[in-house]
Design a protein around this ligand. Sequence first.
Ligand SMILES: [Ca+2]
Length: 432
Amino acid sequence: MAPSLLATAGGLLLLFSFSSAQSRGDSLGPCTPNDGFGKYCPTTCGVTDYMLKYMPMMDGELDRMQQELDTITNLTQGAEQTITYMKDTTTQVNKNSQEDFFKQTTNMMDDIVRYEKTINAQEQQIFELQNLVASNERRMSDLKKASVLMQQRCSEPCKESVEIQSLTGTDCQDVANKGATTSGLYYVKPAKSPEQFLVYCEIDSFGRGFTVIQRRRDGSVDFHKDWIQYKNGFGYLSPDDTTEFWLGNEKIHLLTANTAMPTVLRIELVDWSGNKRYADYTMFRLGPEVDMYRLTYGYYFGGDAGDAFDGFDFGDDPSDKFYTSHNGMQFSTVDKDNDKYQGSCAQQDGSGWWMNRCHAAHLNGKYYQGGTYTEKDAGEFGYDNGIIWVTWHNRWYSLKETTMKIIPLNRITAGGGQHTGGQAGIKQFGGL
Ligand SMILES: [Ca+2]
């Protein structure tokens, strides 16, 4: 055992864990405290996620080092035994010096042969030990470099590295109406919101300002989160739209409740072949927390991805469609079961969503690289838990990218754009 080296390595890990969290805490000062989270200014949740993601790697490194140290210890013991043996042999030779000359010569010849063997073996051992030491030094050096890198990143003043636009409004459409033409990070403050918060606004050439409430891109953020995390939001907002996040149920509630104009929820999906589809729902609204952030919408407003929120007949049971619809469902998380199922859909699927019994749409599901997955991939419960929009791809196909964004109803068709394909939606819109 080499407790001193282990303690040093442990100390190194501990040192940068605390100091990085501390640095971020310090540098949050100059940031506007209400920004919630961002690519460079993660929330406490964000920091925890980051550390948890990084720590298993460090733990793995330390485990490997420990194993190598054990090996070195064993080899050292072997070498010590060999030395003891060599000393014993020398003593034996001295004892034998009084004996018969020929016998002594024979013994000495034997001893010389043994010595040679021992020396060869020891040289080999020394060579292996040197390699191990060099390898450990490299690992220590890598760990130190990683630590220094973390320190540097954590000590960067976050205010300077995040571009936050100066215009503000009640939502992204309001921001666009005030003249914003660039997509990016903006502060918004809906009418009933006690404070402003940061959002990513997608502003297009038609002057439409979408407020983005969910992004899946590459699986870099784990959506297996609890009630509080889904309430407050998690993941990272970035000015260049490269990161994954859930904006937060409380913010989505504030953005959709008490608006003068009905809100349209646009869902955009990308599969693993690069195909893109979308679905629109108008009069989209999230209830308050006392009503468990219940999802309601008026009707499917069109799109080419199909109406998965309305449920789907999987062919398992006549009630499939009824029990996989989402309109009117409360939000459930792994620690809060508000679904219509005797078990917990959210716990089984490891997500937060408007679960029924359980779903035909499931955009906060587990990220599966490549898309297709099986019951075996789905873990201990074996249910379809991917990123699902079943009216486009079946439930054992997990989508590559998703976007959920909202916009006032009167702006959705502005300038034509994507929605011109949704004939059903246009008709319904005309009938309003
Ligand atoms: Ca239940």
